[in-house]
Design a protein around this ligand. Structure first.
Ligand code: TEU
Ligand code: CA
Length: 599
């Protein structure tokens, strides 16, 4: 819908009163006239602001050749499922040739398809099939580091005077120690000694992921050629992995004890980061009609605006992590902390203010690096799972940001019931184990209690398509265990159930497409201190919508502030008493959520 042009969308809306056959029919919506909306939003309407994105983790989405690993043909097979959901654009995690020490984030050849995922012909067919369905593809760009099996690194380590030597960071040790005290995100030191010449190479992530030297213009130019290769194939979006760490601190000084406690931030403070991203934009991105997103892991929130401020010509969309990691330590990244709704909504408020008039955010409550949304921010116990999944969906699809739905969240898929360490696949969990349990700092049971809830593997278990063997994901042995709750939670038993989480997502996506104020309207939190009812408005011109969620498992009464009153119910979930015109008091059942047009 959004690609037919923004004004057409509004015209269609005006022409037809929107109502659905679903169990929550919502009244006719009269949106404001298109001109005023475009003017009021001050920014040119853009497809990537109006689009609803869906993140596919290819490895776990659909296997079509029985090797237990998802593949590109599996994505093609399921495009009609995603079209039915109402998805406009898909972000896929890395699809390039890789030894998979970090599930594709260790790239061996940027211009080859990972053999487990298929062939370049499969990839080209994916693009063609998506274009037929008016869907756009965003690919993952991992250029902070390569695999240690990449040809550049093989040459680089072969000799000190090889032209590729300074494609990476090689340094002498000090007193047979690493060049400095940098830790790796995946445990241990960020320096790996190479015995051939006794030098060390830098790797912020695993030792199989050596960091590229962005200060070398040959590296940058080779990477820009690679970007053009994929963009010329018709890709419509790029997600830049760990984008703030490309520039390193000159001289690699030791981190102080205080800096070590939040080294993720230190790694984003390189002096040239914006010069490099601006160069990528000037040399590559600005020549294509695409959406670009930056994974701003580690960046302090107040600095995040620099990456998406459209006046700076860097990137379009900011992925920030203050919300999804509000219950995580920067230091002990394996530990989970308690959180409350007031903290949750104050982060959203701050992220929205930070973007201001010229920036733009993604909004997401889970991804492949974080636990499942309904287990993390909802309540995945049987009596609340569906209600809270629909409530979180309501939040995701009514924010002043581009929504990213992570695969399976549209079904209310949950965390996996991990029991012991060898249930985990993730290199990050193994790195934490090495740093914290093997060194005796933390006892194994406390460690397990925490990583069970925060591990990236929670969201990487195979997609649950149906109740057949292996949840219909594979006819082979799945690469990672399938959640045993696939018998109850799967796509097959939700597609035709009007009350399913899937169909709630489908309705919400349609509502978001039909009401531009939910995309462009400003965001006003009605009471950031309220710890039970999350209520905010979205406003554009004379249009005002209320979004409300009862985060508690008990019935709550909520009086609308500032003389606000209900005009029409757009959609609501788990309501006992239907909300009426001019109501100012809402009685909200546990995990009740809704979107309402206000007078
Ligand atoms: O993640 C960047 C990153 O820092 C996160 O991995 C973070 O360290 C941790 O996972 C949060 O719990 C990106 C990719 O999203 C991730 O999958 C890769 O492992 C990483 O970069 C290296 O490419
Ligand atoms: Ca396969």
């Amino acid at each position: 819908m959004p690609h037919h042009g923004y004004l057409t969308a509004i015209a269609i809306l005006i022409a037809t009163s929107v109502s659905t056959k679903c169990h929550q029919a919502y009244g006719a919506i009269q949106a404001a006239d298109p001109e005023s909306i475009v003017q009021q939003s001050k920014a040119p309407p853009t497809w990537w602001k109006q689009a609803v994105f869906y993140q596919v983790y290819p490895r776990s989405f659909k296997d079509t050749n029985g090797d237990g690993i998802g593949d590109i043909n599996g994505i093609i097979e399921k495009l009609d499922y995603l079209k039915k959901l109402g998805i406009d654009a898909i972000w896929i995690n890395p699809h390039y040739d890789s030894p998979n020490t970090d599930n594709g984030y260790d790239i061996r050849d940027y211009r080859k398809i990972m053999k487990e995922y298929g062939t370049m012909e499969d990839f080209d067919r994916l693009i063609t099939e998506m274009k037929k369905r008016n869907m756009r593809l965003m690919i993952d760009i991992v250029i902070n580091h390569t695999s240690d099996q990449h040809a550049w690194f093989v040459k680089s380590k072969s000799s000190k005077d090889n032209p590729y030597r300074d494609y990476y960071f090689w340094r002498d040790g000090k007193d047979d120690q690493a060049p400095n005290n940098y830790p790796s995100f995946f445990g241990g030191s960020a320096w790996q000694k190479d015995d051939k010449f006794g030098q060390y190479y830098l790797h912020y992530f695993s030792k199989q992921q050596p960091d590229l030297n962005w200060d070398n213009s040959n590296v940058r130019q080779d990477l820009y050629k690679m970007l053009r290769f994929w963009l010329d194939k018709g890709v419509s979006g790029l997600r830049f992995d760990t984008v703030a760490t490309y520039s390193k601190i000159p001289g690699f000084p030791n981190l102080t004890q205080r800096q070590l406690k939040n080294f993720s931030e230190e790694y984003t403070q390189g002096p040239n980061i914006h010069r490099y991203i601006n160069e990528i934009n000037r040399e590559v991105l600005s020549h294509y009609d695409i959406a670009t997103a930056g994974e701003l892991f580690g960046i302090p929130l107040d600095q995040s605006i620099k990456f998406s401020d459209r006046r700076r010509n860097e990137l379009n969309i900011a992925f920030t992590f203050d919300l999804i990691r509000l219950d995580r330590d920067n230091d002990e990244r394996w530990r989970r902390k308690d959180w409350n709704l007031s903290q949750f909504r104050q982060v959203i408020d701050k992220v929205d203010r930070t973007a201001g008039e010229y920036g733009w955010n993604a909004f997401f409550l889970d991804n492949h690096d974080n636990p499942r949304a309904v287990s993390h921010f909802g309540d995945d116990r049987p009596q609340w799972r569906e209600h809270s999944a629909k409530a979180l969906a309501t939040l995701i699809l009514s924010q002043h940001a581009t929504p990213f739905i992570y695969q399976g969240s549209e079904l209310g898929m949950t965390n996996y019931p991990f029991k012991k360490m060898d249930d985990f696949d993730d290199i990050e969990v193994k790195g934490f184990w090495h740093d914290y349990v093997k060194t005796g700092k933390v006892n194994a049971e406390e460690f397990l209690q925490n990583v069970r809830q925060i591990s990236r593997d929670n969201s990487r278990t195979p997609f649950q398509w149906d109740a057949s063997k292996n949840a219909g994901f594979t006819t082979g042995t799945p690469w990672l265990k399938i959640n045993p709750n696939y018998l109850e939670i799967n796509a097959a038993n939700q597609l035709n159930d009007p009350k399913s989480v899937f169909n709630y997502y489908r309705q919400l996506i349609k509502i978001r497409h039909d009401i531009p104020t939910l995309t462009y309207g400003n965001y006003v939190d009605l009471d950031t201190k309220n710890d039970s009812i999350y209520a905010y408005t979205r406003n554009l011109g004379s249009e005002k919508y209320l979004i409300i969620v009862n985060f508690k498992e008990k019935t709550m009464r909520y009086t609308l502030p500032n003389n606000l009153s209900i005009n029409t119910t757009i959609i609501e979930n788990n309501a006992k008493s239907s909300t009426k015109k001019n109501d100012t008091l809402l009685v909200l059942e546990p995990w009740q959520s809704g979107i309402y047009k206000l007078n």
